[in-house]
Design a protein around this ligand. Structure first.
Ligand code: AMP
Ligand code: MG
Length: 504
C-alpha cells in the first residue's frame, strides 16, 4: 500500500504548472499529438538553475517520471502537446509548409520573472509536418544546442535556452547510426516569421490577425494600447532583430541558417544548427556545410535579417490598411529604420569593446581599422578584444600579448597608437574603463574545437565530462578563470574546425 500511494503522489505532483494559450488558437495553427515514446531514456543533463527560474522543481525532473516527461514517454498533467504549423524561406526559396517536423510543444510556464515561456521537446518523433524526416534528433547536435544556447545566455545574447537533454536508448540513422537524443527547449516564443508567412501565403488574413493579436498580447503588450497596434508590432520586431543581430556580430556568432522559419518573432536566437563562433576574424566566414554560396556568412547576417523582416512586413500588409499602396508605404517606413537601428546598436557595442565611453565621430573608423587589420592578420576575434582590456593604462611594452595575435605585429602597433590617443581624450578612470571592457569582451566562447571535442567524447566514449566542464566554464564568460585557461585559447592549426553540420 505504501508503495502504491507513493507512486500516486509522484504522479499527482506534476512538475509543470502548464498554461496553454497557443493551444487555444484556432485548430489550423497546429496539430495536436503526443510525442512518440522512446526505448530507454536517460538524463544527460538538467539545467537546475533554469528549472528553478521557471518555477519547476529540479528534483522532480530528475526522478524517473521526470526523465520520462523529458523524453516524451509520459505526458505531464496540464500539458496540451502540439506541433506548430509554419512555412518559410529557406536559403531564399519559398517553402509553403514546414512546421514542427520533430518538435512538440508541451505547454507554457510562467517563470519567477513573470514571463511566459514554452517548453518544447525537440526530437520527440514524427508529426504530420515531418515530410521525409524521422522526427528524431541525434546526440551531437543536441549537445551543441545545449552548449551554445546556454553560452549565448551567459554572454547576454537573447536566446532560447536548454532545460535538459536526454538520450533515448535508440539509434538514429544519419550518415551512419548515431545515438538518439531529445532536447528540452525553453523559448519565450516559438512563433517565427515563417508562422506569419504560413497563413499569409494562404491568404488567410483572419489567421494572420489572430496570430498578430496573440503575439502582441503575449510579447509586445506595450504596442497593444497604441492607435496602430499592428504597425507597433512590426516596429517592435524590427527593433528586436536589429539589436539581436548586432549582438551576434559583436560576439562573433554565425547562426548559419537564417531562414525565415528560424527567425523568432521575439528576437531570440533560435534553431541552433550548424552555428559557430569565429576564431580568427574574417567577415566572410561561413561554417555551415549546407551554405554553399555563403548566403549566411558573418558579414551578411545584418542584411539577411533585413530581408527576413521584409518578409514579415509583407505578411502584415492586409492588417495595416485596405489601401495596398498606403499599407506598403507604412511598412516601408518602419522597415526602413532597420539599417540605422542596427548600425546604432552595433557601433555602440563596438565602441564599448574598445573601451570608449563617450561618442566621437571618428570612433567607427577607428574600430573598423582594427577589424581590417585583424582580418589581414588572421587575429583571433575574441582574444584580441579580451587582451586589449589589459592595455588600458599600460605602457607600450605591455602590448606583446595582443601584438602576438597578429601575423605582422607592426600592424597592431600602428593602430594601438591611434587608440591610445583617442582613449586619452576621455577623462575616465582606468579601472572603470577596464572593468567596462571586460564586461563586454568575453574570455570564453564556445570554440568549435572544444564543442567538437566534447561531442566526440560523448558519442564515442559515452563520456560527458567534457560537455559538463565546458558548460560550467561558459557560464561565466566574462570572468578570468585561470584553472580553465585552455578553454580561452584559440585552436592550434590541427584543431581548427572549418565546417559545422546541420542539426537534422
Ligand atoms: P531546421 O533545419 O532544423 O530548422 O528544420 C527545417 C524543417 O525541417 C522544419 O520543418 C523541421 O521540423 C524539419 N526537420 C528537421 N529535421 C527533421 C527530422 N529529423 N525529422 C522531421 N522533420 C525534420
Ligand atoms: Mg528550424
Amino acid at each position: 500500500m505504501a508503495n502504491f500511494s507513493q507512486v500516486i503522489a509522484a504522479d499527482d505532483a506534476a512538475p509543470f504548472d502548464f498554461k496553454n494559450t497557443y493551444a487555444g488558437l484556432p485548430e489550423r495553427f497546429f496539430v495536436r499529438l503526443n510525442p512518440t515514446p522512446v526505448r530507454s531514456p536517460q538524463l544527460i543533463r538538467l539545467n537546475n538553475g533554469l528549472a528553478k527560474h521557471l518555477g519547476i522543481d529540479p528534483n522532480q525532473l530528475q526522478t524517473m517520471q521526470g526523465v520520462e516527461i523529458l523524453s516524451g514517454n509520459r505526458i505531464p498533467a496540464g500539458a496540451e502537446p502540439l506541433a506548430m504549423a509554419y512555412a518559410g524561406h529557406q536559403f531564399g526559396s519559398w517553402v509553403p509548409q514546414l512546421g514542427d517536423g520533430r518538435a512538440i510543444l508541451l505547454g507554457e510556464v510562467i517563470g519567477q520573472d513573470g514571463v511566459r515561456r514554452d517548453i518544447q521537446l525537440k526530437g520527440a518523433g514524427r508529426t504530420p509536418f515531418s515530410r521525409m524526416g524521422d522526427g528524431r534528433a541525434v546526440l551531437g547536435p543536441v549537445l551543441r544546442e545545449y552548449i551554445v544556447s546556454e553560452a549565448m545566455y551567459s554572454l547576454g545574447v537573447p536566446t532560447t535556452r536548454a532545460l535538459a537533454a536526454v538520450t533515448t536508448g535508440e539509434k538514429v540513422m544519419r550518415e551512419r547510426p548515431f545515438p538518439g537524443a531529445i532536447f528540452a527547449r525553453v523559448a519565450q516564443s516559438h512563433v517565427r516569421v515563417g508562422t506569419f508567412q504560413f497563413f499569409a501565403a494562404r491568404k488567410d488574413t483572419e489567421a494572420v490577425r489572430f496570430l498578430a493579436d496573440y503575439v502582441i498580447a503575449r510579447h509586445f503588450p506595450d504596442t497593444e494600447s497604441g492607435s496602430q497596434p499592428y504597425l507597433g508590432l512590426l516596429r517592435a520586431v524590427v527593433s528586436q532583430q536589429a539589436k539581436l543581430v548586432a549582438r551576434w556580430q559583436l560576439v562573433g556568432f554565425i547562426h548559419g541558417v537564417m531562414n525565415t522559419d528560424n527567425t523568432s518573432i521575439v528576437g531570440e536566437t533560435i534553431d541552433y544548427g550548424p552555428c559557430a563562433f569565429m576564431d580568427s576574424y574574417h567577415p566572410e566566414t561561413v561554417y555551415s556545410s549546407i551554405d554553399q554560396t555563403g548566403r549566411y556568412a558573418y558579414s551578411n547576417q545584418p542584411g539577411i535579417a533585413y530581408w527576413n523582416l521584409g518578409c514579415f512586413a509583407q505578411t502584415l500588409l492586409p492588417l495595416f490598411d485596405k489601401d495596398v499602396d498606403m499599407a506598403v508605404s507604412q511598412a516601408e517606413e518602419i522597415i526602413g529604420a532597420y539599417p540605422s537601428l542596427f548600425e546604432k546598436a552595433y557601433l555602440s557595442g563596438l565602441r564599448s569593446k574598445i573601451g570608449l565611453l563617450k561618442e566621437n565621430e571618428e570612433d567607427q573608423e577607428l574600430a573598423q581599422d582594427l577589424l581590417d587589420r585583424m582580418t589581414k592578420n588572421e587575429a583571433d576575434y575574441t582574444l584580441t578584444f579580451r587582451r586589449l582590456c589589459d592595455l588600458v593604462g599600460s605602457r607600450p611594452e605591455a602590448d606583446e600579448p595582443v601584438r602576438s595575435l597578429f601575423k605582422n605585429p607592426a600592424d597592431f602597433d600602428d593602430w594601438v597608437l591611434r587608440w591610445r590617443k583617442r582613449v586619452a581624450k576621455e577623462e575616465v578612470n582606468d579601472v572603470r574603463r577596464q572593468e567596462a571592457m571586460r564586461g563586454v569582451n568575453p574570455a570564453y566562447i564556445p570554440r568549435n574545437h572544444l564543442v567538437e571535442e566534447a561531442i566526440n567524447a560523448a558519442i564515442n566514449e559515452e563520456d560527458f565530462s567534457q560537455f559538463d566542464k565546458l558548460i560550467t566554464v561558459l557560464s561565466s564568460p566574462y570572468d578570468d578563470q585561470p584553472d580553465f585557461a585552455k578553454y580561452a585559447a584559440p585552436p592550434r592549426p590541427d584543431q581548427v574546425i572549418c565546417a559545422t553540420y546541420c542539426g537534422t
